[in-house]
Design a protein. Structure first.
Length: 283
């Protein structure tokens, strides 16, 4: 993938949260209790949406946070300021997680500037709607897998030397892995790969007392869908097909990531949490 903004997402992704109306709800809903005091967290795709909500909630719970993002510098700056407003340190790093060398440089910068790495949140992702499988170009297919699953491999490979006993890795999969998604064939396929990656990586790292889990959100109101990640028809009724009858907000998902990051989840690994508006799935 290219490093130039205009060449990465011709359809407007990842999209500016500052332009989204109504604005997503990302601010933490409750006071912190120090559950991540002394920790350093790296969150990919943290400029907006779920990633921003996770970054700020982690900061409220005491963590210093590295904010990795693609190209939305204004959104990333707002996230960083929100982290600092919580009294924690923030580092912003722009680049493409589908580029292995970027992941290596980013992790090295985080460890150097923040003094270590204890929690890795693989949240960055992209999606492109297509009505028919024949409409998915080879370029789009490769790019979606490069970002959504290759990027997770690259980030974990770069982070692994710095992760020790008590560390946590949390991957963002999706309800589409369990339900399927007729117009998101390539995206939902990557999410299936992410769930398998989560379970297998857990088996691989558990001997070193490093926990690996995942969160599978349902339809959440973030820039991803309005900026080209969903068709106009899908957007018109976005989230209404959930049992709760509405899309979720980023700050309704972030607590699942917090739970898996801290000692509250000390006996959980290889698992998936489902903040999805009440949709019952097997998994």
């Amino acid at each position: 993938m290219s490093g130039k903004d205009a060449e990465i997402h011709e359809d407007g992704l990842p999209g500016h949260e500052s332009r989204l109306h109504p604005a997503p709800e990302w601010r933490p809903r409750y006071p912190g209790s120090g559950r991540l005091t002394g920790k350093v967290a790296l969150v990919t795709g943290a400029d907006s949406g779920i990633g921003r909500a996770v970054a700020v909630l982690f900061a409220r719970e005491g963590a210093d946070v590295a904010i990795l993002y693609l190209c939305e510098h204004d959104d990333a700056a707002e996230t960083a300021q929100a982290v600092r407003d919580e009294g924690r340190r923030a580092v912003t790093i722009a680049g493409d997680v589908g580029d292995k060398s970027f992941c290596e440089r980013a992790v090295a910068q985080v460890v150097n500037e923040l003094g270590g790495l204890h929690v890795l949140v693989n949240n960055a992702g992209e999606q492109h709607p297509d009505q028919d499988i024949v409409d998915i170009t080879e370029e789009q297919l490769r790019r979606t897998f490069q970002t959504n699953i290759f990027g997770m491999f690259f980030m974990v490979q770069a982070a692994r030397p710095h992760l020790s006993e008590g560390a946590a890795v949390i991957n963002c999969t999706s309800v589409t892995m369990y339900q399927g998604a007729s117009e998101l064939l390539d995206y939902s396929s990557t999410k299936g790969a992410i769930t398998a990656f989560t379970r297998s990586l857990s088996e691989n790292l558990i001997k070193d007392k490093i926990r690996v889990n995942a969160v599978a959100p349902g339809p959440i109101w973030t820039p991803l869908n309005p900026s080209g990640g969903a068709s106009k028809k899908k957007l018109a009724t976005f989230g209404q097909d959930t049992p709760m009858g509405r899309p979720g907000q980023p700050n309704e998902v972030a607590p699942a990531f917090l739970f898996l990051a801290c000692e509250d989840a000390s006996y959980m690994s290889g698992q998936v949490l489902h903040p999805n508006g009440g949709t019952i799935v097997n998994g």
